[in-house]
Design a binder for this molecule. Structure first.
Ligand SMILES: CC(C)(COP(=O)(O)OP(=O)(O)OC[C@H]1O[C@@H](n2cnc3c(N)ncnc32)[C@H](O)[C@@H]1OP(=O)(O)O)[C@@H](O)C(=O)NCCC(=O)NCCS
Length: 152
């Protein structure tokens, strides 16, 4: 498996995987991905023949980094793809100056919360209605180095 920067040619795979991961009401629309691929850090995990297995999108702002979303195709889960994408994103954001990473995971998404916990993220606060009315999130956080402990 290879991890590389997402390119415009990956858009249809990314949109398809997003549709398999999230219901229509909460899935990011294709136009949003066009924007994110262009202006944020978007990485895809691919098979040797370049089929996309999953993707992660994040950004850096000053010394803080954030992860917007992480999606793995249902047929390729529980094989370490998600964890490798998180690790690769941490390296990218750290190279851009981030010293800590923040992200939100749905309270009712134990798979994602467990993945992030295993990757070293700590649950910091509950964010009520983050994904819409009654859909709460847990904000998680990880320092990438000793200087990142005071960054929110
Ligand atoms: C959450 C998600 C990204 C995990 O991807 P993945 O490639 O299957 O994850 P990994 O194989 O790297 O798993 C890493 C760890 O996460 C946890 N985990 C992953 N899937 C899990 C599951 N179904 N049940 C419990 N724990 C799970 C485990 O601790 C796992 O470690 P282990 O394999 O040693 O047990 C994937 O299930 C997904 O795309 N879900 C839908 C989209 C989503 O919810 N994204 C998160 C947005 S915040």
């Amino acid at each position: 498996m290879k991890i590389r920067r997402a390119e415009p040619k990956d858009l249809s795979s990314i949109v398809e995987i997003e549709g398999l991961c999230f219901p229509k009401e909460t899935a990011f629309p294709a136009g949003m991905f066009v924007y994110l691929i262009t202006y944020s850090v978007s990485l895809v995990a691919c098979e040797p023949e370049d089929r996309v297995l999953g993707f992660i999108i994040g950004y850096t702002s000053g010394r803080g980094g954030a992860v917007y979303t992480l999606d793995v195709h249902p047929a390729h889960r529980k094989k370490g793809v998600g964890s490798k994408l998180v690790r690769a994103m941490e390296e990218e954001l750290q190279a851009q100056g981030a010293r800590a990473i923040r992200l939100e995971a749905a309270l009712e998404n134990p798979e994602a919360r467990e993945l992030y916990r295993k990757a070293g993220y700590r649950e910091r606060e509950l964010v009520r209605n983050y994904y819409g009315r009654g859909k709460d999130a847990v904000r998680m956080w990880k320092a990438l180095d000793a200087n990142g402990t005071d960054i929110n």
